[in-house]
Design a protein. Sequence first.
Length: 500
Amino acid sequence: MLRKDLLRVSRAGGGYQPQFAARADRPLAARVLGAFADHVGESRASLDDALAALEADADDFKLVRGFATLCERDATFETQAALPPERARRIAFEAAEAVGVVTEADRDRALARAADRLGVEAGVLDDALYADRESRQVLAAFDPRWTPDELLDQYGLSLAQTALFDAVEVRVRSSDPKALVSAVKRLGLMYEVCRTDAGREVVVTGPDHLFRRSRRYGTAFARLLRSVAKTADWRLAATVDDRGTERELVLTDDDVSVPGVDPLADPTYDSGVEADFAARFAALDLDWDLVREPEPLAVGTRVMIPDFAFDYRFGGFRVFFEIMGFWTPEYVTKKLGQLADVEDVEMLVAVDESLGVSEEIEARDHRAITYTGAVRVKDVVDALRRYEADLVAETRADLPDELRPEADVISLADLAAERGVSEDALDGVAFPDHERVGRTLVRPAVLEAIASALDPGMTLDEVEARLAEDDLTETSAVLSRVGYEVVWEGLSGGTIRGTD
């Protein structure tokens, strides 16, 4: 983004169109980059003089200053002096007060006295007095991120962002609507997804728009443009408050692109509530996969994109999940209207308890989960368990009454994965050739061989080594089945003995 005073915009025909740099401006961009590179080790004043000379030759001085503003972000200016300027001024002013400076000669005597006190030459002190002034600072390093072509691209993006400062509403069509909506939510903006003849359009406003037109979200709109411009095909139209006059700003992928250097990493989640829930849910070993921002759902003539979806791993069943954490009455009314229009899907809605609308959500055939501060994962899991009973029954119906695995030893988890069902679906299945030992199926011959190989007094390490030969890890369950138990000997381990 650029300072507002560097904005170049045309208002021809009632519009509001940024005046982008053209290909013909590439030499000027290169000269600005060159001016910075050539003045490393020199004062800022010297660099400013060189840039002023470029402004005099350019058609628009704002273009030069825009390029220079972007270049300055990669420049390092330092105060270079033999003495700290603040200390030099303090000692010099004390000497000047003692001398009583009226003439140039008085000044020289004061500097000589101060220099003697500091143990330096008077000229060294004089140089240090105001070395920290901006014009006296030295360009210590310049490490540009951009080539001249990339500087043109970055200027175009920054200029367009500046033009969006005074936007009150933005309407976007993008080839990546999911990424667009994610960016909108992350910036704390309000949005609707509308269907138009040209495709889905995301209409973005700030929360204050519910009450009044506000220009305070212009910075967020400007930041949104960067996410929009990263996609291949997009169009943005904005309503701009131009000093009390509404004008339309239109941008497309032909106008703005993002230079392919130093991209900014985007956070994964839109809010702390969502991030906290996702992290805790992912730590559980459940039969549900959490999907971030799934496909849009039709809500009348518009669409909504829920925050999450839960996909059951053993079939094409999906439960959508929306977290309602914004509590203006207007927003709640709007969200409830969306939920009322969502049809033929399963939906869980976590709703901040302060909103007091859980009963209204339930009335719309969705399951409400109230929360305060953070969504309780247990409450969500309990809600998902209600679906699992029917889902397990459906997958169980597709299994035979008996299964005869070929392996001598196989865990129920591995067998369930092979059959594409949950472990719970195997609970009603018989295994004539195997015994269930804990959560593992084992042929009786294997158990007999293990029983023969074990003797009372064997260490637990020896026992576990023997069980590992048959890929058995549930030591306690196997020992119990063959008539042994562990006698623990403090922290040093244990031995086995018979239970008969």
